[in-house]
Write a protein that binds this ligand. Structure first.
Ligand code: PGA
Length: 258
């Protein structure tokens, strides 16, 4: 983390978990436990049907609600899809884009790029995900793969908007597996991502972009991961479903700030 230049963000990704009623219960519990310090931004990205309950419950707090996906088109005949202006109107501040689970369902780098542009246009903060498979890591092509995903995802994003983007590095082999990247492995790739952003834009921009780590981050390993200079927060799946665990991760970000 480096609070002098960029925000620290602890973001939850609920995936396909919790109903609207369970959302209300979770948010009520979380509200009672949130640490007082304002050291980091907190986001919870929830299933679309849970957004209204989450927004209502967290209205008076500093927790921003987000979606887990969006469609790049402004409106039209896209049955089952949700446009960015709908998310804004529902009270969302964030949207996860290009999660590996969605890429596995067929989302391409071009789709990711179109969604990033649409989200920025609507005033949402995109949390753009990238990450390599175990096979790619073992063949030694992680750096090239990540650089390609970042360049493709940011295509056409003007310099004044890039500061609004959050990048999440999520090695696929670490997601939901309990196998976390070591702090050194995570730092190495997050630093490389910052270098890619620097080459695409400038040092000033690269210094200001928040880069999160995601993949089995939990209340036990968060402190060490967040202590790395280029890891500005976390995108947390499993551990964001339990208020006590999620709060402990927020507290880890706070401790690192002291
Ligand atoms: P996990 O998921 O924390 O359960 O590994 C992270 C993610 O997919 O964003």
């Amino acid at each position: 983390m480096n609070r002098k230049y960029r925000k620290t963000i602890i973001a939850g990704n609920w995936k396909m978990n919790k109903t609207p009623s369970e959302t209300k219960e979770f948010m009520t519990a979380l509200k009672g436990m949130l640490p007082r310090g304002r050291w980091c931004d907190i986001a919870l990205c929830v299933p679309a049907v849970c957004i209204p309950a989450a927004v209502r419950a967290m209205r008076e707090t500093r927790v921003g609600i987000g979606a887990e996906n969006c469609n790049a088109n402004p409106s039209g005949a896209y049955t089952g899809e949700i446009a960015t202006n709908m998310l804004v109107d529902a009270g969302c501040k964030y949207v996860i884009i290009g999660h590996s689970e969605r890429r596995a369902m067929g989302e391409t780098n071009e789709d990711v790029n179109a969604k990033v542009l649409a989200a920025l246009e609507a005033g949402l903060i995109p949390i753009m995900c990238c990450g390599e498979t175990l096979e790619q890591r073992e063949t030694g092509i992680t750096s090239e793969w990540i650089a390609m995903q970042i360049k493709a995802g940011l295509k056409g994003v003007p310099e004044e908007k890039i500061r609004k983007i959050v990048i999440a590095y999520e090695p696929i082999w670490a997601i939901g597996t309990g196998r976390t990247a070591t702090p050194e492995q995570a730092q190495e790739v997050c630093e490389e991502i910052r270098t890619v952003v620097r080459k695409l834009y400038s040092s000033k921009v690269a210094r200001a972009v928040s880069i999160l780590y995601g993949g089995s981050m939990n209340d036990k390993n968060a402190y060490e991961l967040l202590a790395q200079p280029d890891i500005d927060g976390g995108l947390i799946g499993g551990a964001s479903l339990v208020p006590e665990k999620f709060v402990k991760i927020i507290e880890s970000a706070n401790q690192n700030a002291e």
